[in-house]
Ligand binder design. Structure first.
Ligand code: PLP
Ligand code: COI
Length: 357
């Protein structure tokens, strides 16, 4: 389908210097409205503020979902998306979880690809830089009854970004959170629902006030098993009786099924290393860190890419991981994943789609 594109009359100046994360936005956005029981056609137009009625449903009951994907540009000028179809699938699943009507996934993916092409000259090409793609779907009916809205807005914005964590690849320090929980099985943690992120803010602020980068979440029932970190899934590289095993929390409905997580599990297995998706007891990880059996810890996410964890604090005690440095497997996975994304390593897994050829 030909997507309607109306170019901006006022192109913005591109940022110079450090991009940070999610601070700058490109010239255009994609919008698609749902009203009278059906989705309309997607349209690309100038990036501009929305006008929302104070009674707009998402402002009251948070019926909304979002996604995060990235597009890259290589030296030859190829625009490359990474597993964008999986992000669109997950957006669709998240909508279903909060009663947002089903949309045409193929059409939305085509719309996002067209938007990226339209703003293709915004894709930054520096070290660790990419164009972050943020689709959202929110309820926009002006009504205060607690029920699914009748009107929705699907919109996609783009942001040229650098590393998610300020210090780039410097290993992060995490504080294991034992009081607050992010999500609970049966809740919405397994979907990218906007309220999950509001629920996570307090522990993140506490962690920062104590000198840590983020909170590490435990399960909501027993506070014993690791779940994930603010914006990333987590992996523990262990060595016991000379056998290397990678543990990562199994998905049980409260953990986001990360697309990077899925990619990394596949890459580790292909390297011949065992990956076990299981309940990961925090006590055991702390013990293994102390007796040298925990070799590496890292997080995975679209924004976070692969972020080494240099230390985690559990019950008031810092546990150093790999002397606070990025480990060997973490480095291999980072180099391979980013190599595929930026086009320096051939993609033989069907993850990358070149969208401007
Ligand atoms: N966990 C949470 C809570 C997230 O918000 C994200 C980011 O999307 C992830 C994990 C990583 O998921 P993905 O690799 O699909 O970006
Ligand atoms: C992502 O990695 O895309 C995320 O959505 C995480 C965060 C920025 C919320």
């Amino acid at each position: 389908m030909q997507i309607k594109v109306t170019k901006t009359q006022n192109p913005k100046t591109h940022p110079t210097g450090s991009l940070g994360f999610g601070k700058y936005f490109t010239d255009h956005m994609l919008v698609m409205e749902y009203k009278d029981g059906a989705w309309g056609e997607p349209e690309i137009k100038a990036y501009e503020p929305f006008s929302l009625d104070p009674a707009c449903s998402v402002l009251h009951y948070a019926q909304g979902v979002f996604e995060g994907a990235k597009a890259y540009k290589n030296e030859a000028g190829q625009i490359r998306t990474f597993r964008l179809n999986d992000n669109v699938d997950r957006l669709h699943d998240s909508c279903e979880r909060v009663c947002i009507p089903s949309f045409d996934k193929k059409l939305v993916q085509e719309g996002i690809e067209e938007l990226i092409r339209v703003d293709g000259d915004w894709i930054p090409t520096g070290e660790q830089e990419a164009l972050y793609v943020r689709p959202s779907v929110v309820g926009v009916e002006n009504a205060l009854g607690v029920r699914a809205a009748n009107n929705y807005l699907l919109f996609v914005i783009l942001s040229p970004v650098g590393a998610y964590y300020e210090n780039g690849l410097k290993p992060v320090r995490l504080l294991v959170e034992e009081t607050y929980v992010r999500a609970v099985r049966g809740g919405t943690g397994g979907h990218k629902v906007i309220g999950n992120y509001a629920a996570s803010l307090k522990a993140g602020e506490i962690a920062k006030s104590k000198g840590y980068d983020q909170a590490m979440w435990l399960d909501a029932f027993e506070h014993k098993y690791v779940e994930e970190v603010g914006a990333m899934n987590i992996f523990f590289v262990t060595k016991h009786k000379k056998v290397l095993k990678v543990l990562t929390p199994s998905l049980g409905g409260s953990i986001l099924p990360g697309i990077t997580r899925r990619s990394i599990i596949q890459m580790i297995k292909e390297k011949g290393i065992e990956v076990i998706e299981t309940a990961v007891p925090i006590k055991l990880m702390a013990k293994m860190a102390e007796n040298g059996q925990l070799l590496e810890v890292f997080g995975t996410g679209t924004a976070a890419v692969i972020t080494p964890v240099g230390c985690f604090n559990y019950q008031g005690k810092d546990r150093l991981v790999n002397g606070g440095k990025m480990g060997e497997l973490t480095t291999y996975l980072y180099d391979t994943l980013t190599g595929i994304q930026y086009g320096k390593i051939e993609d033989n897994r069907g993850w990358v789609k070149v969208i401007n050829e």
